[in-house]
Design a protein around this ligand. Structure first.
Ligand code: FPP
Ligand code: ZN
Length: 426
């Protein structure tokens, strides 16, 4: 980067030509799209006036203060997330690790004790103390504990019971329900594969037929839907693809169709990603969509697709960074979906995770720097499968691989047959 404002893509003379055209057919969707583009243009104009000679800045200190406060105190607005409290721990802790802000030991220990109260007596984690175990907070709790990465944190997880819980949500066709009596969708396969592989309780039997079920979620668009037969969506596509990477079966996807689908979800004018065709840009897809690209890059390389995998730039990494830094930051801390929306911890986590992917992807040597703006904008890298920092994945695996895989033999026809090795390297 040369530090001059002209290097910004959104300030380029040709940028306006990327705007959406409705071809004289106005619909509710096209009107919304134009409104979003208008609001982004206003943000760019304000930026131009105020920062005629600088690059966008990551408001580190403001984000840090917002996150630090959130660990101890949440406003009434978070009451609706009472069944997602381990998620709040994960979103905040992961954001802090991306900012390379250490977690004070006393806070880490309090989080461990809180998550321990969320653990169900029959295994897995619930959204809050006294609630029923659910795969989504189980994923969030295990990730949060691995980010803390202390013996106290690892000891919270009752691996035997976690395996019982995973079996209780496994379906005969290979899918998983999110909780006992709950809905099936591909998020559950990812949450189950993620926690099972990180804690070394993964067995072949537990994931029998899961690959085939996930593969049925890839549709004619190239992306994956929540269940077979529906519309492709970035959230589900990430979950299905990352689960297949953990199971070592990602090559069974139509990788080129998936690549085409995901790169088409980056918005021409906004620079950020949409979740599905004909919908609006949203900062959280900076991770759910852009996070697919390192997974795909590696999968294509393994498949011998050397031409495709040699491509350094599988998406417009600078454009995504511009979208996040210019349009998704609240100047008093926290990140958001799009201009005009409020900040929240979910968008803070996934905007920062996507920014990290955009900065580090394809960036094997320092001479091909992709960090937009000053050096202080650089975040820690994130592991594209688990979305926690790679050294935290390695440390957790090192810890749990020393422990035996719990005995699975009480399951009908099951054997404790561990998978070869989980994907430690991003
Ligand atoms: C659509 O919302 C969103 C979904 C249908 C689900 C998204 C799924 C994830 C983000 C993955 C979650 C991952 C885990 C690990 C639990 P919308 O219609 O409000 O948004 P849109 O217009 O952007 O599609
Ligand atoms: Zn969002």
């Amino acid at each position: 980067m040369d530090g001059s404002p002209a290097a910004l893509r959104c300030l380029d003379a040709g940028h306006a030509a990327e705007r959406f055209t409705d071809e004289a057919v106005e619909t509710v969707t096209s009107a919304e799209q134009k409104k979003v583009e208008q609001s982004i243009e206003e943000v760019i104009n304000v930026y131009k006036q105020m920062h005629s000679s600088s690059q966008p800045t990551l408001m580190r200190e403001q984000h840090y203060q917002y996150l630090k406060k959130g660990l101890r105190h949440l406003s009434d607005a978070y009451e609706c997330l009472d069944a997602s409290r381990p998620w709040l721990c994960f979103w905040i802790l992961h954001s802090l690790e991306l900012l390379e802000e250490p977690i004070p030991p006393a806070v880490a220990s309090d989080v461990c004790q809180f998550l321990s109260r969320c653990q169900s007596p029959s295994g897995g984690f619930a959204g809050g103390p006294g609630q029923h175990a659910h795969l989504a907070p189980t994923y969030a709790a295990v990730n949060a504990l691995c980010i803390i990465g202390t013996d106290e944190a690892y000891a919270v997880i009752d691996r035997e019971k976690l395996l019982d819980f995973l079996w209780s949500v496994k379906q005969p066709n290979g899918s998983f329900v999110m909780h006992v009596g709950g809905e099936v969708d591909v998020r559950s396969a990812y949450c189950a594969a993620s926690v099972a592989s990180l804690t070394n309780i993964i067995t072949t039997k537990l994931f029998e037929d899961t690959t085939n079920w996930i593969l049925r979620c890839q549709n004619w668009e190239g992306g994956l839907s929540g269940v077979p037969g529906l519309e492709a969506h970035g959230g589900y596509t990430f979950c299905g693809t990352a689960a297949l990477v953990i199971l070592g079966k990602e090559h069974m996807l139509d990788l080129k169709a998936l690549l085409r689908w995901v790169v088409s979800r980056q918005m021409r004018f906004e620079g950020g990603f949409q979740g599905r065709c004909n919908k609006l840009v949203d900062g959280c897809y900076s991770f759910w969509q852009a996070g697919l690209l390192p997974l795909l890059h590696r999968a294509l390389f393994k498949e011998g697709e050397l031409e495709l995998s040699r491509q350094r730039w599988m998406f417009e990494q600078q454009a995504l960074q511009e979208y996040i830094l210019l349009c998704c930051q609240n100047p008093t801390g926290g990140l958001l979906d799009k201009p005009g929306k409020s900040r929240d911890f979910y968008h803070t986590c996934y905007c920062l995770s996507g920014l990290s992917v955009a900065q580090h992807f394809g960036n094997m040597d320092i001479h091909h720097e992709t960090v937009l703006g000053k050096e202080e904008n650089r975040l820690a890298p994130t592991h594209p499968v688990y979305n926690i920092c790679p050294e935290k994945v390695a440390h957790a695996l090192q810890h749990f691989l020393r422990l035996p895989v719990p005995n699975d033999s009480r399951r009908p026809g099951a054997s404790a047959d561990p998978e070869p090795s989980p994907p430690a390297e991003p």
